[in-house]
Ligand binder design. Structure first.
Ligand code: FAD
Length: 258
């Protein structure tokens, strides 16, 4: 899913990649940054301007670019989190794709991208909830096994209250996410619900994984501890698929326009 570029992150419409029609092909030039699964993809969906004189909702189109298309190359990017999903920078140098690889209508790509982000924010929330759930389960189990001062650390209220708050946080995010997913399935699509669940679930995952680290004490900081991975992986959640700041813009705008 190639939208983000070096100069177009939160301001996705500032993308600089272009696709110029020549006969029965489009010639794509530009590059994309931080693209999930970029190094292993069979094809990329690439957003590019087909008409710069138009506003984004009329000037951007989306294309399928197959992996072996001449002019399409990529470089793997190293990151400290979510190492199970590779990330790449994609490069398009006079990359010619058949006109039939245009998705939908020319110039409507930005609308398709925004719609897909709406659904994506719900599944992104599910990832955050899964991470938090794993961290919570690890922490709950550890508090019952770890003995200090002659008793399981769960017996210390300072610890069991953390566990209680973690459980509530996860449950709240889960139901917010289910509601957004249900509304999406019913076609009751408003950007608020998906942005709300994304914002809440991603920040919740950071709170819960951070508490799981604290509950594990020193063992959490060891490289082979699962909780440090949950902690690292959740750090990305408030940045990808639209940052928390952008979600708040979407939510606050929606509150006065719906
Ligand atoms: C691991 C990873 C995977 C990704 N996968 C993909 C992918 O598959 N496809 C894809 O297209 N993109 C992908 N991205 C890109 C991701 O969507 C962007 O990183 C994200 O949208 C933020 O853009 P940016 O990093 O350029 O930050 P910027 O937009 O430069 O933001 C920097 C800071 O400024 C804040 N900011 C920006 N504008 C405003 C504003 N108007 N008001 C208030 N604050 C603002 C931001 O919230 C942030 O805190 C991925 C990124 C990462 C890190």
């Amino acid at each position: 899913f190639g939208l983000t570029e070096p100069n177009a992150g939160s301001d996705a419409a500032a993308l600089e990649t272009t696709a110029v029609k020549q006969g029965d092909k489009y010639i794509i030039n530009g590059n994309k940054k931080y693209i999930t699964n970029g190094p292993i993809c069979d094809y990329a969906l690439v957003a590019a301007y087909t008409d710069r004189s138009q506003k984004p909702s009329r000037g951007i189109s989306v294309f399928i670019v197959e992996r072996n298309t001449p002019g399409f190359t990529w470089t793997k990017m190293k990151k400290f989190c979510m190492r199970s999903a590779d990330t790449a920078e994609l490069f398009f140098d006079n990359c010619a794709v058949p006109a039939e690889n245009l998705i939908g209508e020319e110039g409507r790509g930005f609308v398709y991208v925004m719609e897909s982000l709406d659904g994506g924010r719900i599944s992104h929330s599910a990832t955050s909830i899964g991470l938090a759930q794993a961290a919570y389960e690890a922490a709950l189990s550890y508090t019952q096994q770890r003995i200090q001062f002659g008793q399981p650390i769960y017996n210390f209220q300072a610890i069991s209250f953390k566990i209680a708050r973690m459980a509530i946080d996860i449950e709240a995010a889960r139901w917010l996410m289910y509601r957004a997913a249900w509304m999406y399935d019913q076609g009751m699509r408003r950007f608020n619900e998906s942005a709300m669940t994304k914002l809440f679930a991603s920040e919740m995952a950071q709170r819960v994984t951070s508490e799981a680290m604290q509950i594990h004490g020193g063992v959490a900081l060891m490289s082979d501890s699962p909780v440090q991975r949950y902690f690292r992986d959740s750090r990305r959640a408030t940045i990808t698929e639209g940052t928390s700041e952008i979600q708040q813009i979407v939510i606050s705008r929606g509150l006065v326009t719906h």
